[in-house]
Design a protein. Sequence first.
Length: 313
Amino acid sequence: MSLLESPAPPRNSPETEKQDLRRYWDTHPISTDSVPYEVGSRESFEAIYEKWKQTIDQMRLDFLESCRGRKVLEVGCGIGKDARFLTENGIDYTGLDYSFRTLGLAHRHFDFAGLRKRFVTGDAVALPFADNTFGLAMSIGVIHHIVGTPEACRELVRVTAPGGIVRVMFYNRESYHYLLVNWIVRPLIWLMLHVRPLEAFLRWAPEKFRHLYAISKQHGLSRERLLATSADTSFAGQDNFIPRSGFWTEREMRELFSGMQDFCFIRRDLKYFPFSFLRGWVEPRWGFFLTMTARKPAASSRTRAAAAATASH
Ligand SMILES: C[S@@+](CC[C@H](N)C(=O)[O-])C[C@H]1O[C@@H](n2cnc3c(N)ncnc32)[C@H](O)[C@@H]1O
C-alpha cells in the first residue's frame, strides 16, 4: 500500500467475485449506453454497429482476411459487433459470452440483421469445446477483466488447432493511459480528498475525472479500483464501475502464451493525450490497447504419427 491509498478493498472469494462480474455485465451490456436508444431495439443495434464500423481500418481488414477459411471463436462476444462484421463477410463464426443478458441481446441483434447465428453460453476459463476445434480463437477486451486470466489464455490455446491463430487484446501497463492515471490522476484525487476546498476545481475537470473522484470519495482511493474504473469505456459512475481490470505488458503476455510462435503486438488508443503532433509517434509505442496475435505451432510429423497410431488402436 502506498501513501496515496486507503487500505486495499478486501478481495471477495473468487466465486463471489465471479458472480459480481456476471452481475455487472448483465446490468451493463457492453456498448448499449453509447447510443440514445432503448436497449435491445433495432435502432440501438444499428446505431451501435454504425458507430463501430467507423473504426474499421486496415488492421481490421487484414484481420478479416486472416479469418478466411478458418473456424473462428470469439470469447466474450458482447452484443455481437465483431460477430456481425465477420458473419456478414462470410466467416464461419461462433461467439461465446457468460452474461445471459448480453447473449440474449446478441441473438436479438442477429435476428434483426437477418444473419445466421451461433452463440454459446460459457465461461472463458472452461470453454465448452474439444481441443483443436478452431482455426482462430480471439478475445478482445475480455479476459483481463476476469478471475483466472492465465486459465483463460490456456483455454484459448487448447481449443485452437495446431497452426491456428490466437488473438487477444489486453490493457497495456506500459501505456500513456497507465502513466496518466497512476501518476497524475491518482495524486490529484488524493490531494482533493485531503484538501477539500480543491474540490471546487472539479467543475472544470473532464467528466471521467469527476467519476473517478466520486468513486474514490465513496469507496476509498485504491490504485486497483481507480485503474479498473479508468479503463471502463462506459457506464462508470459513483455506484457503478467495472469490478476488475488487469493491465499487462508485452513480456507478460508472451509468458502467458508461452509455447506459441510468430508473436505480433500492436498498440493503439491514446485518449486524453494533449500533443496531437506527437500522436503518430506515441500511439504505436504507448497506446492503451495491446493486441497480440500468435500462432499455435503446427503438429510435428512425429506428433501426427503418434496421434494416427493412437486413433488406429
Ligand atoms: C468489455 S466487453 C467486450 C465485448 C466484445 N469483445 C467487444 O469488444 O465489444 C467484455 C465481455 O466479456 C464477457 N465476459 C466477461 N467475463 C467473461 C467470462 N468469464 N467468460 C466469457 N465471457 C465473459 C462480458 O459479458 C462482456 O460481454
